[in-house]
Ligand binder design. Structure first.
Ligand SMILES: *Cc1c(COP(=O)(O)O)cnc(C)c1O
Length: 451
């Protein structure tokens, strides 16, 4: 039941009228559909014009006109802050030695070793260019390895824009209220089963009836594309146990959480009940802002990839030397001190925003996983996509625009997480929190667009 595509990305016309539309956005819309190369960037659900970025440095992004404190962080990669001099230098030095070879390099081995050293369940790894490619390949590999077709995903989890994963997906699909995407053949999603997140009973029942046909469960290690929705304690370990019983694989999608919430991603802080996913997907931080992603995991599964095995996968720019250099520099710099700084910033920021919302009398919950958080406009914590949908979504646009006009560049959707970096120090957080009371009052005064 795909939403009519024409109605989706235009957003609420009322907001469009309320907020100024810039010349650059008008010009962009003439030549680029919606004026953007990725839908959430279009400000569809909050109205107004996206900030066209001219440059970025540390905790800041800059338009031609002004400086903003950035809480988008390129949707995750900017863990060290924008344009970290060591990362930029590594990319510049790599560029001088050639932009792309289509042949293996020593740097790919080095990056592979860095990842394997951090994340125990990764025995072998393959580099691709985007998170979408990583999950797409992991799914194909799981099907090729098991000889089964069904893949289980959870409502509200986003795994990139591969056809079979565009059902009940998070991120832009959720932002624009699309249940799915046009252009995806029915047959492609027939083998995707969508279950409610955190629902053990639904998983157990599905495996009891169809366990021998299930190739894999794919899940965000901790969902952060429907806002942040923490897994209940032991949920991922439970999924692994269900998979193991029936010969299916667990694919842990750490594209967003990997190397962001800890040295070893969410898996690294989720070992109260130990478990080992069969495959993991990485993206975002692993490329340090360059197009690089990866899938990794059990060697016996990974060796089913061509050229060793029958599962085909390839990429002209895979393991690109500039991207690999940025990844190596980023992971090398991301030490315990960096993770401590990012945790401190996220705690101070989420506590402060919550205080302002409480003072303004706005019902809300801080949904949090490590240094990732989002604001849910409801007093009841959300454990599933249905819970997330039920919040007072209409409070977000005025909250967002109040902060934006105070010079805070934050995610233009209530369904996205906030991203801080190691350069978001006390002074930066204080500047954001100075602007928070006014934004909280704007959220309090908002009224539902439907009434
Ligand atoms: C961003 C994201 C993807 C897709 O990665 P792209 O590089 O945008 O293709 C997949 N899974 C998760 C969990 C993500 O957050």
């Amino acid at each position: 039941m795909p939403a009519p595509p024409s109605s989706a990305p235009t957003g609420p016309p009322r907001s469009r009228r309320r907020y100024h539309v810039s010349d650059l956005f008008t010009r962009a819309q003439r030549v680029i559909p919606g004026g953007v190369d990725s839908p959430v960037r279009a400000f569809g659900s909050v109205g107004g014009s996206p900030v066209f970025i001219d440059r970025a440095s540390g905790p800041f992004v800059y338009s031609r006109e002004r400086q903003y404190i950035d809480l988008v962080g390129s949707w995750g990669p900017a863990l060290l802050g924008h344009a970290h001099p060591v990362v930029v230098d590594a990319v510049q030095r790599a560029a001088e030695r050639g932009l792309s070879f289509g042949a293996p390099t020593e740097a790919e081995i080095e990056l592979a070793e860095l990842v394997i050293d951090r994340v125990d369940p990764v025995e072998k790894i393959r580099f691709v260019s985007t998170g979408t490619e990583a999950t797409m390949t992991a799914i194909r590999l799981a099907r090729g390895f098991t000889g089964r077709d069904i893949v289980v995903k959870f409502a509200g989890c986003y795994h990139g824009h591969e056809d079979s994963m565009l059902v009940a997906a998070g991120s832009g699909v959720a932002t624009f209220g699309m249940s799915s995407s046009a252009g995806v053949p029915k047959g492609t999603v027939e083998d995707t089963v969508v279950l409610p997140y955190n629902d053990r009973e639904a998983v157990t029942q599905l495996f009891a009836s169809h366990g021998d046909r299930i190739a894999a469960i794919i899940t965000e290690a901790a969902p952060a594309n429907m806002g942040v929705v923490p897994p209940e304690p032991g949920f991922n370990a439970f999924l692994k146990a269900e998979c193991e019983k029936s010969g299916a694989l667990l694919i842990l999608d750490e594209v967003l959480t990997g190397f962001r919430v800890s040295r070893a991603g969410f898996w690294g802080i989720d070992q109260a009940t130990p478990y080992e996913p069969d495959l993991l997907c990485f993206g975002k931080v692993i490329g340090g802002g360059m197009p690089l992603a990866a899938l990794g995991g059990r060697a016996d599964v990974m060796d089913h990839l061509a050229p060793l095995g029958p599962v085909y996968q390839a990429g002209t720019l895979s393991g690109n030397p500039l991207a690999t250099a940025a990844g190596i520099a980023t992971l090398t710099l991301a030490d315990d001190e960096v993770y401590a700084a990012v945790d401190r910033a996220a705690n101070a920021l989420s506590d402060g925003l919550s205080r302002s919302l409480t003072s303004a009398g706005v019902a809300h919950t801080i949904q949090k996983v490590g240094s990732l958080f989002s604001i849910l406009f409801s007093d009841d914590p959300a454990g599933s996509y249905d819970d997330v949908i039920a919040q007072d979504q209409f409070r977000y646009a005025p909250f967002f625009h109040s902060l934006l006009s105070s010079g805070i560049h934050l995610p233009p959707s209530v369904f996205e997480a906030y991203f801080v970096s190691a350069t978001h120090d006390e002074e930066i957080i204080a500047r954001i929190l100075d602007a928070a009371p006014e934004a909280a009052r704007a959220a309090a005064e908002a009224s539902s667009a439907r009434t």
